[in-house]
Design a protein around this ligand. Sequence first.
Ligand SMILES: C[S@@+](CC[C@H](N)C(=O)[O-])C[C@H]1O[C@@H](n2cnc3c(N)ncnc32)[C@H](O)[C@@H]1O
Length: 294
Amino acid sequence: MNGRMRRLSKAPKKDRVPRRGSSSTAEATIEPSFYDGIAARYDKTWGPRFEAAARQLLSRLGRNRIQRALDIGTGTGAVLKALGQRQTPPVRLVGCDQSLPMLARARRVARGVEVVAADAVRLPFPDESFDLVTANFVLSHLRDYGEALREAFRVLRPAARLRVSNWAPATDPCSTAWRELLGAAVGAEMVEKATKLVAPWEAHFGDPDNLSAALREAGFTGVEAAHIPFVWPSSVERYLADRELNAATRKARQELGEAAWHDFLKSARRELRMRFGRNVSHSRGMIMASGVKP
Ligand SMILES: C[S@@+](CC[C@H](N)C(=O)[O-])C[C@H]1O[C@@H](n2cnc3c(N)ncnc32)[C@H](O)[C@@H]1O
């Protein structure tokens, strides 16, 4: 991510997303996002994982109708889709994100969905506008996650709930082997640096206690956090495609150049197949936390 700021009004026409329900951010500035570059491939490669996680995020909501829901950092709309599929979908369903290419996809996932280009730390909604706020794998990306949580708190009505998630560290032997191979090719430090550029708090919020503490600091009560294990059986091919979208891998590819990258992939594929066979288990749990605005 570079530090250049982009005015929404100057976004390329094809990326423009009409903003409904927003008035105060007409002149807002938004940083170009890592996700702009991967939006086209996000659903195909990561969609099933994020959609399964989104269903988990909403799993304990009960049957009561949610009137107005906001999904922060909605991406291509995994949570909006799950909310839209509830027996009684919310009357108002809003997703916001800073990436216009991601939002362009989110707007198609459910009937009547509203998408808004906005920074999570400056939400363009009046106080107490929503009965539910969600942020699925978003907080880790926000340098000032505390401010984003205070914004979520502000736009929730009293007694309403916030639900957030983060990936737990990957623990399977294939992921360990992949990290070692990538680290050997470009340096472990570079891998860590690239990950931190996109998601500086990913490791921090991999611990449920840290996620709970952040919610409490923002004023939420009744905070609960849980680790939900997920195992994703996959072919080595699919596993590599999944990893290729990742920030550290994309940086490694850039560093190595196309020819060296293809050689690296070839030898990594051979190595993973030799160690694990054609199919692997990618186990990466989800940390989920929720809190209530008193
Ligand atoms: C890992 S993706 C998750 C997307 C979606 N929640 C899902 O479950 O598929 C993180 C999303 O957060 C968005 N994001 C990152 N920083 C943001 C910010 N400051 N304000 C709004 N959205 C942000 C990214 O553009 C991206 O779409």
